[in-house]
Design a protein around this ligand. Structure first.
Ligand SMILES: Nc1ncnc2c1ncn2[C@@H]1O[C@H](COP(=O)(O)OP(=O)(O)OP(=O)(O)O)[C@@H](O)[C@H]1O
Ligand SMILES: [Mg+2]
Length: 248
């Protein structure tokens, strides 16, 4: 379970997230929607501490995973990032082979057992619905894959270290409709094993893949509701305006 309690976040003087309270249940898909610049990526990045890398930022409130404060001094960030995988908007494979891209996380974690690594690479590529397309060219460069395949490779890379949470920041926005639907099917099938949070600008995508949706505006969580309810009969007029395209 992922929880934000009274979360405020600042880039210098800029107040980017305003008093956010939110609970995301285990083995659900949550979508974040809202106009550009409303804080979706900022909020998502809090949960694997990616914002720590940005100087001059400040967090107030608590971010918890399974009840544990992930900003506690005792917490090791590399352990957290093993539990919380992330996939970005643009596929960002390493300049390595397909195999080594997926094996990377295991190797940096000190895994040496070659049979284990090979098995985990296969499982992860299967999990990311890419195995059949790449099984005969695992030694080829990841850059020889199409954009959609590269994105699924990045998902496989995230899966390889067995995270329990997957954060996806517009994972399909650079993909064609076929690759997009593959990524969406994948999200659907991963849900039984993972807790997934996805940022998307595509309302249909949010409606198709998620159980719950959070609508953000100007750093505030305006509405957080069951996805069906959100898209059929939202509680807030701002949500209604946004999803019907009246602004944003
Ligand atoms: N590194 C940064 N330094 C300063 N301000 C930032 C930084 N990153 C984001 N911001 C600001 O914080 C606000 C939220 O940005 P964020 O990237 O979280 O929005 P977003 O909802 O993901 O937008 P988009 O849909 O365009 O990706 C914006 O006003 C942005 O300008
Ligand atoms: Mg963003």
């Amino acid at each position: 379970m992922i929880e934000a309690k009274n979360v405020n976040f600042y880039y210098g003087d800029f107040h980017a997230l305003k008093d956010i309270n939110m609970t995301m249940e285990t083995n659900t898909v949550t979508a974040f929607i809202g106009p550009s610049g409303c804080g979706k990526s900022t909020f998502l990045r809090l949960f694997n501490r990616m914002n720590d890398l940005i100087p001059g930022t400040r967090l107030e409130g608590q971010c918890l995973i399974d009840g544990e404060d992930i900003y506690a001094k005792s917490l090791r960030v590399d352990d957290l990032r093993k539990r919380v995988g992330m996939v970005f908007q643009k596929p960002n494979p390493f300049p390595k082979s397909i195999f080594e891209n997926v094996a990377y996380g295991l190797r940096v974690n000190g895994v040496k057992d070659r049979a284990f690594i090979a098995q985990r690479v296969e499982e992860s590529l299967r999990g990311a619905a890419l195995w059949d397309e790449v099984k005969d060219k695992l030694k080829k460069s990841a850059f020889e894959l199409s954009g959609g395949q590269q994105q699924r490779l990045c998902i496989a890379r995230a899966l390889a270290v067995s995270p329990s949470i997957l954060l996806m920041d517009e994972p399909a926005s650079a993909l064609d409709p076929i690759s997009t639907s593959k990524v969406e099917e994948l999200i659907h099938s991963l849900k039984k094993d993972y807790t997934i949070v996805i940022v998307t600008h595509n309302m249909q995508q949010a409606a198709r893949v998620s159980d719950k949706t959070g609508f953000f505006m100007l750093g505030e969580l305006v509405e957080y509701n069951d996805t069906k309810k959100m898209f059929l009969n939202p509680d807030k007029v701002q949500t209604q305006n946004y999803i019907t395209g009246r602004f944003g």
